[in-house]
Each structure stands twice: as C-alpha cells, then as structure tokens.
Design a protein around this ligand. Structure first.
Ligand code: SAH
Ligand code: SF4
Length: 372
C-alpha cells in the first residue's frame, strides 16, 4: 500500500553519482502492513516491517543505526531509501498559572501546529492537532480564523506525541485527545492510521479507551467510525440545544442537524461500546439559559453519555463572552437535577493561549525567520 503523503521531498543520500535522485520514504506514521510492503518491495522479508515498526514506536528510534536487530547492511540501505521525519519543536510556552505546556511544531514543509500537555493529578493529557487550521468555520473558535492549510499525516499526528514524550519520558502521557487544531473526522484516513499506530500493541500501545476523538458532528464520518468499529472515546461538540442557535455557531449544522448528529453518535456507541462525551461550550446569552439546560437534558435523556461544559475562552475579535461562574453552576445544577452527569472543564493554560479553542499556529513570530 503506498502511503500517499509519506514520500518526502529530500533526495536519497548515498545514491551513486549520476543516478536520478529518488525521494526517500518517510517511515514515521506508517503502520505495520505499510512498512512490511516497503520491505518486500525492496526484496526483504515482510517481518522486517514489524521489526522497524517496533523500533519506531516502542524503541522510539530516530534513525536506522539504532535498529540493532536488523543486519548492518539493511540498516545502511534503509538510510538511503527511507527517513524518519519528526516534527520540529519551534517554541514551548509553559503556563505560569498551572502546569500546562503548549508546544508549537513545524513540519517538513514549514506548516505549523500546536500541541498542549495538561496535568491533572497523576494524569498527563496530550491534546493533539489533526489539521493545520480548520475549514469548519465555527464562529467561536480561533482555529477557524486560520482556514485550512492542510491535513496532517498520521506521522505528523503521532510525531507530536513522540516529540513531547522525548522531553517528558516515553509512556508518560496517559491520555490522548484529538482536540487541538482541526476537525479529526475531516482527515479520516490519516486519523485512522494514526489511531492504529497509537493503539497497536507493537506500536505505541496506548489503550483505545485512553484516546478521545472530538468532532463538530460530521455525520457520514461518524457513521463510518461506527462501521469501522473504532473504539476510542468520541466527544461531540454539541454547543447548542436548538438548530437555530447551532446553525449560527457551527456551519456544518446546515447539513447535519442536532437530532441526526446525536443519533449517529448514539449508534456509534452502541456498535462499538465506546464512551460518548457531549461537549458544550457555554456562551453568555447565546446558549446558557436554564431553559437550554433543560432542553439539553431532554435531548440527551435516551443516550448514555456524560456532558462536559466548557465556559467560553476568549479569542481575538470574538463577540462572544463567557457566562458568570454562578450561571455555569446553575446550568450544571439543572443537568444534575435531570440526572444528567455534567462536569465543568477547568480552564488550563489560558495565559499562554492554550485553552480550548484558542489554538492558532503562530506565523508572525520572529522565530520563523530564524528557522531553517
Ligand atoms: N474540531 C473538533 C476538535 C477541536 S475543537 C471539534 O470541534 O470538536 C475542541 C473543543 O474546543 C470543541 O469542543 C470546541 O467546541 C471547543 N472550543 C472551540 N472554541 C472554543 C472556545 N473559544 N472556548 C471554549 N471552547 C472552545
Ligand atoms: Fe474546527 Fe473544531 Fe474549531 Fe469548529 S471548533 S472550527 S471544527 S477546530
């Protein structure tokens, strides 16, 4: 299976003089079968693919020299045919208020995306980006203001975890949430490959229940997620209780109405046994009335799920405001009284613009000029 975005533009090193430069294959993000297919196409037994797979994601090798159970000649050959392209850390901003750290990564073509590491007790949650920007156009979200530059490859998604764990120690991230920049279900093929690498026992080996994919509600992709039997957690950004209000917040609601989106998520949970979370960004005077709370409880009544209330985080130029703390508490109580389990998400990393919805790749800073 060729990996369409895996061929990197740099020419192979060590190719004899005069030979046409052959692009090297970027191995990062390839699954076991894809690595095996490359190996067999180069005259190697397919099991070499699994060995390389283990080295990449368990051994965290960043070069072929370290892959000591491969013959030396093969290691040398791989160095001419393939490469392991990690995202490059540009800046790292640590919050002064809590232990949140925001990382800005640059990919091989110069595009950038942010990743956020949050600590809560023993838990270390990594919030991963799935696209550079986003074209869903949600009116309350900073990432929407960038538009979409491109999808991230599976290697670029997994690479965010590998690079952060290079700093804090392999295996230290306990939970992975696809809640950074982008709409993960709009990048379906690469997302699934990344999930395969992350959950495979020979890969990163993360339990699927410790991974959550957040979506703005793209029904055909949710249906496909159910058909493909993907068992990660799924978080639906509902954010409104009437289609009129949701139409104003999330443009895809014109196609996928609240009832249809909820039914698709319910069907996914039934089909896979995966856990559903409903996210609800609270916007003052827009969707935070107690009547909204009662409507939300009624909408969710038939669906096993928990609710995560997210008080709005300010973004540049937004007309929205965050409700008072008392209103957030009253909204939560309405849900509680209707036997609907709801938690309020703590704001983390807001002093470094790392809170939900605040991510934007920073192209303006001077460090860009200094980067190679
Ligand atoms: N595209 C996906 C995942 C990224 S957004 C999605 O929309 O679900 C992650 C979460 O941040 C979503 O629940 C979204 O509703 C929320 N969010 C976006 N902008 C926000 C803001 N300004 N304040 C608080 N939460 C926000
Ligand atoms: Fe994209 Fe999610 Fe932001 Fe909407 S909320 S613009 S889907 S990242």
């Amino acid at each position: 299976m060729p990996h369409d975005l895996a061929v990197h533009s740099s020419a192979a090193a060590g190719v004899s003089a005069g030979a046409a430069a052959v692009p090297r294959v970027d191995f990062l993000g390839l699954d076991c079968d894809e690595l095996g297919a490359h190996m067999t196409s180069w005259g190697q037994p397919a099991y070499r693919g699994r060995q390389v797979f283990r080295w990449l994601y368990q051994g965290r090798a960043d070069g072929f020299g370290a892959m000591t159970n491969l013959p030396k000649s093969l290691r040398a050959e791989l160095a001419t045919r393939a490469e392991i392209v990690m995202p490059r850390l540009v800046t790292r901003a640590a919050s002064q208020r809590d232990s949140t750290v925001k990382y800005l990564f640059q990919f091989a073509d110069g595009e950038r995306a942010e990743t956020v590491l949050m600590h809560d007790g023993d838990r270390a949650t990594l919030c991963v980006s799935s696209q550079v920007g986003c074209n869903q156009g949600c009116t309350f979200c900073a990432t929407a203001q960038m538009g979409l530059a491109r999808n991230l490859t599976s290697g670029e998604m997994v690479g965010q975890l590998l690079e952060v764990e290079r700093e804090i120690g392999a295996g230290r991230v306990s939970n992975i949430v696809f809640m950074g920049m982008g709409e993960p279900l709009a990048n379906y093929k690469h997302l699934l490959r990344a999930l395969d690498v992350l959950t495979s026992p020979d890969g990163v080996g993360a339990p699927a229940r410790r991974i959550t994919v957040s979506t703005s509600g793209l029904v055909p992709a949710i249906d496909r997620y159910a058909r493909d039997g993907v068992k990660t957690g799924l978080a639906l950004s509902l954010n409104a209780t009437t289609d009129d209000v949701r139409d104003r917040l999330i443009p895809s609601n014109a196609r996928y109405k609240i009832r249809g989106v909820l039914d698709a998520c319910h069907a996914w949970a039934e089909a896979t046994g995966g856990r559903l979370t409903v996210e609800y960004v609270l916007l003052r005077g827009v969707n935070d009335s107690l009547e909204d709370g009662r409507r939300l409880a009624r909408l969710l009544d038939p669906i096993p799920c928990k609710v995560n209330l997210i008080p709005f985080n300010p973004i540049p130029g937004a007309t929205f405001a965050r409700p008072e703390a008392a209103r957030v508490a009253a909204f939560q109580k309405v849900l509680y009284d209707a036997r609907c389990v709801a938690t309020v998400r703590k704001t983390k990393g807001s002093d470094v613009a790392a809170a939900c919805g605040q991510l934007q790749a920073d192209y303006s800073s001077a460090d860009r000029a200094a980067s190679p």
